[in-house]
Design a protein around this ligand. Structure first.
Ligand SMILES: NC(=O)c1ccc[n+]([C@@H]2O[C@H](COP(=O)([O-])OP(=O)(O)OC[C@H]3O[C@@H](n4cnc5c(N)ncnc54)[C@H](OP(=O)(O)O)[C@@H]3O)[C@@H](O)[C@H]2O)c1
Length: 265
């Protein structure tokens, strides 16, 4: 399918690992100029090497910025750097998140605040910072990587699931207003996805439930009808479709990609 993304520009937050890295790599291979944001400069450098080597003949370009998106200053720096390096911004993929799993009575206020600060406020602030640039050109495409726990909250992941529920609400709520400026915003909600973070989550879930890591992994995989974790590249493929003109009438939508795990309508 021709996506016609060559020559576009994009910001991918959390683009140095996992789902964000898969999205950045896929955009790069389509010939997109990208700025990826994360905190750890070494991880960013490694990400650039892996993106470059997987798309050697691409017309894309990849830039990095080390920024902590838990604070408004980090978001402002990403915005400034993007305008300096890319001149304009066609695409925003919000993907930086790191909520920890754990038994509810062992999670502190700070665990909740950390999750809300980075992912909920981080995504909202990025939208607030980048939309004016998109609106000025009457074109923009935003994808928020949220998570299936937003609708089906496990008791051992409430800091993350409350964040996700609020972000579904935000995505849907803001979509109508952004549509007036020809900006589309959609959400992808992955189920358990094979990234570094999912290994961490499974370890934390095992601790919260008092079971072994192997048991927690078997429980997770056993609850997924397709019998495996989602691969980050599958999420990247959907994100690319959503930011392309092929999805011109899709906005305010949340698409679940969880191997059929979520029950109900
Ligand atoms: N993996 C799953 O099973 C799953 C399921 C549903 C939803 N999700 C969501 O998908 C998104 C990505 O998850 P993932 O599994 O790909 O995570 P990951 O492999 O841990 O990657 C997280 C990325 O975010 C960056 N990041 C973390 N904290 C940051 C901060 N304070 N400021 C800026 N960047 C930060 C990380 O780089 P640095 O650490 O260097 O900052 C890294 O690039 C998250 O929003 C997550 O909630 C994941």
């Amino acid at each position: 399918m021709e996506l016609n993304l060559t020559g576009k520009t994009a910001i991918v937050t959390g683009g140095s690992a996992g789902i964000g890295l898969a999205c950045a790599g896929a955009l790069f291979r389509e010939g997109v100029r990208i700025l990826i944001a994360g905190r750890n400069p070494k991880r960013l450098e490694k990400a650039v090497q892996s993106i470059d080597s997987a798309g050697a003949d691409s017309r894309g370009q990849v830039f990095t910025i080390s920024a902590d998106l838990t604070d408004a200053g980090g978001v402002r720096r990403v915005e400034k750097e993007a305008i300096k390096l890319l001149q304009n911004i066609d695409i925003l993929i919000n993907c930086a998140g790191a909520a920890r799993a754990g038994a509810f009575f062992e999670l502190s206020d700070q665990d909740f605040l950390d999750a809300w600060q980075l992912k909920l406020l981080g995504y909202i602030r990025m939208v607030r910072a980048i939309v004016p640039h998109m609106a000025a050109r009457r074109d923009g495409r935003i994808v928020n990587i949220i998570g299936a726990a937003g609708r089906t909250p496990p008791s051992t992941f409430l800091a993350g699931s409350t964040t996700n529920a609020a972000l579904i609400n935000f995505t849907r709520g803001i979509s109508r207003e952004l549509a007036r400026d020809d900006i589309r915003i959609n959400a992808i909600s992955p189920g358990s996805t094979a990234t570094e973070r999912s290994k961490r989550l499974i370890r934390q879930t095992a601790e919260a439930k008092g079971i072994s890591i192997d048991e927690a992994m078997a429980e997770t995989v056993g609850s997924i009808p397709t019998g495996r974790l989602v691969d980050p590249s599958e999420i990247a493929d959907l994100a690319l479709f959503l930011v392309s003109d092929r999805a011109a009438s899709i906005t305010g939508a949340e698409i679940l990609m969880d191997g059929g795990r979520t029950p109900g309508m």
